[in-house]
Design a protein around this ligand. Structure first.
Ligand code: NOJ
Length: 528
């Protein structure tokens, strides 16, 4: 596999509104990120992915942009952002920004003009209705229909997400040029790349009814998508940056078309075979997913490894165990940093933060949650049932503020946080983790340091030694004459293993790691 800096990188995701608040308005802000850069650098990560901080009415927490070249006042000012770039750079940290160009906000000036049948009338997707209703029976992610009627224009417009997020018409060359120009604007400001929001949705298929509207893959991966991405790559010069595409509904073979080294599209991608399709840990299936992606991509493409982010509840709660919180947080960290692909750490993951559950539907600010909840209630489902079925995977679960210390609001804000702080902050916080030599935090620092020292973690091949074992995950990474074996016991009981070799145990999450019995959520890494 060819050597490249970004393949060796670890990415840290900063959801700034929940990171650190410096002005007491209850929202984290860009200055808060800058203030905590020493902490971020101390984690040994290389790249910061900053969630959207552009001007936005904030219906979908910044994923509804009303001006791509301005900063949302809640986050701060353009000067604050430029200072963040400078200070990150001074610490050797790269910064990538979210690129949200499948849709804009309905308050974007482009949409206002389009609605009014102005010069930008074809910048969005407009259609007449059919038999008194919307043009197709398609479902959007956040609303019952992908179509909303616009009285002003007397037509329907298309939106893959909420009705406040109209989709851009990528068929229009003027739209594409405006977007590439905007991307160049940010590159000129010194950013190092983009995390591209639902980028495989920008190409639409023919607008005709589908057999099953709930099977929403018709929104994605349409023929022609690769032409758009190759054009974008050429026009903006993306090869010299770092790009990660958010690519729902993709399997490994098609994944390679987005990230293959000879494709001139993206560097890497997030697929959702785990995050969207596996409610809790199903180990045999998880192994199959890893194997299929490795087989399809290696050595031509690189995947991304993540189990949580601002859309997916915290990994300890979902795929580990709150009872064995420290052990399972370390196990999942060890796994993500030793599987093939680029590891992402979502803020707070490095201290083993847990996912929150709110008791009342009104407590969830998320537009996706609210719209779906409302739709189900209107369809006659019982409110308690709806709430309990939506609680486990609600997006807000992982959006609670970073827990810095045991003081009020976990040291996140002097004001009223926009979303409640998890009450377990007195026990789980950065300060306590710094003081504890056995904390998840120190373990994560070891993992990132090991990645820097041992190319086998980045470039090694992957071999699963026990694909059918329901509890043990045992795999080897090999590069030249170095082989590492990772042995993970993914359950809350002891498991006997025949896979623990005589080699040197480089890192483990229990003090005694020589026995052939693995403790609950025990994780070991051997050099053979
Ligand atoms: C994916 C983002 O991660 C999510 O937060 C957002 O709601 C949708 N894309 C729409 O932009």
């Amino acid at each position: 596999m060819e050597v490249a800096w970004w393949k060796e990188a670890v990415v840290y995701q900063v959801y700034w509104r929940s990171f650190f608040d410096t002005d007491g308005d209850g929202y984290g802000d860009l200055r808060g990120v800058t203030q905590k850069l020493d902490y971020i650098a101390s984690l040994g990560v290389d790249v910061i992915w900053l969630n959207p901080c552009y001007a936005s009415p904030d219906v979908d927490n910044g994923y509804d942009i009303s001006d791509y070249r301005a900063v949302m006042p809640k986050a701060g000012t353009m000067e604050d952002l430029e200072q963040l770039f400078r200070e990150a750079q001074a610490r050797g940290l790269k910064v990538i920004m979210d690129l949200v160009v499948n849709h804009t906000s309905d308050r974007h000036a482009w949409f206002a003009d389009s609605k009014a049948n102005g010069a930008k009338r074809d910048w969005y997707i407009w259609r007449d209705g059919k038999e008194g209703g919307p043009p197709t029976n398609w479902r959007s992610y956040f609303a019952p229909s992908t179509w909303t009627w616009c009285e002003e224009r007397k037509q329907y417009y298309f939106h893959s997400f909420a009705k406040e997020q109209p989709d851009l018409n990528w068929e229009n060359p003027q739209v594409r040029e405006a977007i590439y120009a905007m991307m160049r604007f940010w590159v000129d400001k010194g950013i190092d790349g983009f995390r591209m929001d639902v980028i495989n949705l920008i190409k639409k298929r023919e607008f005709t009814d589908v057999a099953d509207p709930f099977e929403m893959s018709y929104l994605a991966n349409q023929p022609g998508i690769h032409d758009f991405l190759q054009e974008m790559n050429r026009e903006v010069g993306l090869d010299r940056l770092f790009t990660v595409g958010e690519i729902p509904f993709v399997g490994p073979e098609d994944g390679l078309l987005y990230v293959g080294e000879d494709r001139g599209e993206l560097h890497t991608l997030f697929h959702f075979e785990v995050a969207d399709d596996m409610t809790t840990m199903d180990l045999p299936r998880f192994k199959q997913i890893q194997q299929r992606w490795f087989d399809a991509l290696y050595p031509k493409g690189v995947a991304s490894q993540f189990l949580n982010n601002h859309d997916h509840t915290r990994q300890v709660t979902r795929f580990g165990s709150e009872k064995f919180r420290v052990e399972s947080a370390k196990l999942l960290g060890l796994m993500l940093h030793t599987l093939p692909g680029i590891p992402y750490i979502y803020q707070g993951e490095e201290i083993g933060m847990t996912g929150m559950r709110f008791d009342r539907a009104e407590d969830y600010p998320d537009v996706a949650f609210r719209n779906r909840y409302k739709e189900r209630i209107e369809n006659g489902e019982a409110p308690e049932m709806v709430l309990s079925s939506m609680q486990l995977l609600a997006r807000d679960n992982s959006r609670t503020p970073v827990q810095w210390d045991a003081s009020r609001n976990a040291g996140f804000s002097a004001g009223q946080p926009w979303i409640p702080v998890n009450p377990n902050y007195e026990e789980i916080n950065v300060e306590a983790a710094e003081d504890d030599a056995d904390s998840v935090l120190h373990f994560y620092r070891k993992l990132t340091a090991m990645r820097k020292e041992h190319p086998v973690m980045v470039y090694g091949t992957y071999r699963d030694l026990a694909p059918n074992d329901p509890y043990l995950y045992v795999y080897e990474r090999t590069l030249d004459d170095t082989t590492w074996r990772i042995v993970l016991n993914i359950r809350d009981e002891e498991t006997e293993s025949v896979h623990c070799p005589d080699g040197e145990c480089m890192i483990s999450n229990y003090p005694d790691s020589c026995a052939t019995i693995l403790q609950p959520y025990e994780a070991r890494l051997y050099m053979l």
